[in-house]
Structure formats: structure tokens, C-alpha cells
Write a protein that binds this ligand. Sequence first.
Ligand code: PDD
Length: 293
Amino acid sequence: MSHTSLCYLNGKFLPLEEASISVLDRGFIFGDGIYEVIPAYGGNLFRLDEHLQRLNNSLQAIHLKNPLSNAEWATLLSTLVEKNNHGDQSVYLQLTRGVAKREHSFPAETSATVFAMSSPMPAAKTTLATEGVHAISLDDIRWRYCHIKTIALLPNILLRQQAVENEAVEAILIREGKVTEGAASNVFVVKDGVIKTPPKSECLLPGITRDLIVELAIKNQLACKEIEIDESELLSADEIWLSSSIKEILPVTQLNEKSVADGVPGPVWKNMQTIFQNYKQSLRDGIEASRVK
Ligand code: PDD
């Protein structure tokens, strides 16, 4: 690590290397917790209200009370970003059901473990716009509450690993013949100029980047539909994109070792990429995003 990174744990800011939790933490024992990943561009937290709303939804879904108000979260996270003054950052925050004797059902008195850290945002691949990335499609082996951003990510990890072992960056998941999402991203396809992404449901995480892409498409009068996507449409798409807070928008140029259309990032991705990067720049500049197209 080039410099010390400060994190937040249960009310205190401290160096990451000094932060530790009990081995009885239910996050460690059961994966009983939820998380968020929030980018910060030029010190501005990206779509914070949306991330906090999703955080609250995840907490509600696992019956864990949010120990902080949205205003307290905003202060905590912007303090963390300020203290780790390393340009564009990705903030990771996690809450677990806390420390208790190992027993599956909830402990009578829960005091959540609250943890947040920040890392420099990884730079995009320099060949992204010329070569794109490779993906594979796999059966979606996950549970039926994929809208909860749970820290219990073993299925996602196994799927992503299988992709990596096949020289791909992501696994695109198929449940009952329909595209759901990636192991850690949302999926878009483009066919005949129309951008499509699966509608929100319990089969996928409602990605903040996904929602922004839909919003930007509408603002810029690009045809965009939230609609179920058959596996066959994925295989015959003109373009495939992956989206996430860390990866932003990746053009997939090879799927299952076959070229997607002519095997280079497509024109609709290029257009959306420009729109997205301009939006981000407006945040870095501290300009109200709503004033910029
Ligand atoms: N993952 N779907 C899944 C399963 C994800 O894990 C993620 C993000 C997304 C995209 O959501 P967003 O646009 O809000 O980042 C979709 C994060 C980045 C992670 O686990 O590191």
C-alpha cells in the first residue's frame, strides 16, 4: 500500500491495518450482513441518496435496524473520503448483525457491526474502447433474493472465478432461459439500436449504474427498454454491456469465445460511454449533475 488508508469501524476512524472484529461476528460466522460500494469522484459521493436507499432496502430485507440516519451516513462517508485523499475512490461499507454466540436465529440483542473503507478507484483498461472485454454465460445458481446486497457472495465468487479461469472478466447469468445479471454487474444488450436491460426483480441487484444508464439514455433520447432478455437474444446481440460502480460500463466483445457482432465495442456503447464520462466529469467539477445533459 502506497499510503495508510483510514477506515471506519463502530464509531472510530483508524488505520485499516489496525481495524479488527471478533471471530464471533455474524458476518464472519454466517455471512449475515449487507454492503454497498459507492464511487466518489473528485471527493463527491456518486448518487449517494440512491445508494443509501438501497442500503436501507437491504437492511429492511434482513430485519436489521439502520443504526445511522441518512444524514449521519452522509457525514461519515464524506469524512472517510476526505481523510483518504486519493482522487477517485470507491467506498465500501458493510453492516453485519454483530457479535453473538453462534446460533442461526437472530440474537436477542443485536448491535450491528458498522465498517467502511475506501480504496483508490482502479483505472479503466487502456484498451477498453478498442478491444472491450470477454465474458462467458453460466447458469445462475444463486438464491431467490438477489435484490439484497448481501455479503454472502460465495455463489457470485464461484461464478466469477469460472469466468476468470476461462479468460473472461465476467459471467453473464441465465435463469430459466432469461438473462439476469453478471456475477458482480448488471447486463445490457443492444439490438437494432435499442438498448435493453432486464427489469428489476428479486432475480437481480438493482444496480445504481444500471439505473443511471437508463436515465441517461432517456435524457438523450436513445431507445431504451427494461424488458426480459432471452438467452438467444444475448447470443445474437449487436452489443453487450456490463455495468457496475467500479467497472462503470464495459463493452463485451466476445461471449463464450465467439465475437459479439464484429468483435469491437459498438457505436451505441461509444455514445453512452461519452455521455457517462461527461456526467462523471460534471461531478468532479462539482457542477450540479442535473444542469448537465
Ligand atoms: N457489485 N449486480 C451484482 C450482483 C453486483 O454485485 C453489482 C455490483 C451490480 C452493479 O451494481 P452497482 O451499479 O450499484 O455497482 C449488479 C459491487 C460493485 C461489488 O460487489 O463490488
